[in-house]
Design a protein around this ligand. Sequence first.
Ligand code: SF4
Ligand code: F3S
Length: 106
Amino acid sequence: TFVVTENCIKCKYQDCVEVCPVDCFYEGPNFLVIHPDECIDCALCEPECPANAIFSEDELPENQKAFIKINADLAQIWPNITEIGERPADGKEWDGKPNKLPLLER
Ligand code: SF4
Ligand code: F3S
């Protein structure tokens, strides 16, 4: 399965949702997650993310492992998203900033 990681927080570009053939992205206030049971491992979303926030679970950086459970948990309570909606106005400023996990709104 593929996993959305920390750099998506507050960037939330949403390019990823447009290419997913099984519509398995779910949307929170400032982050998106992938439903691990619905993702078919097609890898289409990974190169679409301008923030490079999407990884195959097998290739997750060590310091991003917590996002496996974050994606699994939040995909069960957040609504589905299939089209790009409003992007955060200051998203670009947050791209690449470290330690964004405490800023994740649930
Ligand atoms: Fe969707 Fe494919 Fe990305 Fe999985 S790998 S979330 S199926 S686009
Ligand atoms: Fe997030 Fe990248 Fe999608 S920033 S919303 S994972 S395009």
